[in-house]
Ligand binder design. Structure first.
Ligand code: HEC
Length: 98
């Protein structure tokens, strides 16, 4: 009986760990998180927020690539996520820029 209990406990711990890990990697790709942690290293958000609605998707993509060349530390996934958020002016971007 005791062995079943510990197996059951191990299974619960496992799923909890998977859940927490997937949540934190999701958070790392969240646009508000990227903007607040990666994009404010060199300039403030005003520089980005001013451009909302002014750039096409490919212009946002190349601007972000240029920031990476300047030294912004974004993974490929983060670059992709942020391009979409900035172009579509997602809720998270609006919240950060308001
Ligand atoms: C390592 C420093 C650095 C980081 C980090 C950085 N930037 Fe910049 N950014 C610059 C510099 C330098 C300029 C002015 C020269 C230029 O436009 O390339 C600039 C200008 C800009 C501009 C105005 C020019 C344009 O293309 O409209 C935007 C928008 C911008 N950054 C967005 C971002 C975003 C989004 C991030 C986060 C992914 C970011 N930046 C992170 C250095 C940085």
């Amino acid at each position: 009986m005791k062995i079943y209990k510990s197996i059951c406990l191990a299974a619960i711990m496992f799923f909890l760990a998977v859940f927490l890990l997937s949540k934190s990697s999701w958070a790392a790709n969240d646009c508000a998180f990227i903007l607040n942690t990666k994009c404010t290293v060199c300039h403030n958000l005003g520089r980005i927020c001013r451009k909302l609605g002014e750039k096409s998707k490919s212009r946002w993509r190349s601007a972000i690539k240029r920031m990476v060349k300047h030294g912004a530390a974004l993974s490929d996934t983060q670059q992709h996520e942020l391009t979409i958020c900035l172009y579509e002016q997602s809720d998270s971007v609006r919240a950060v820029c308001k």
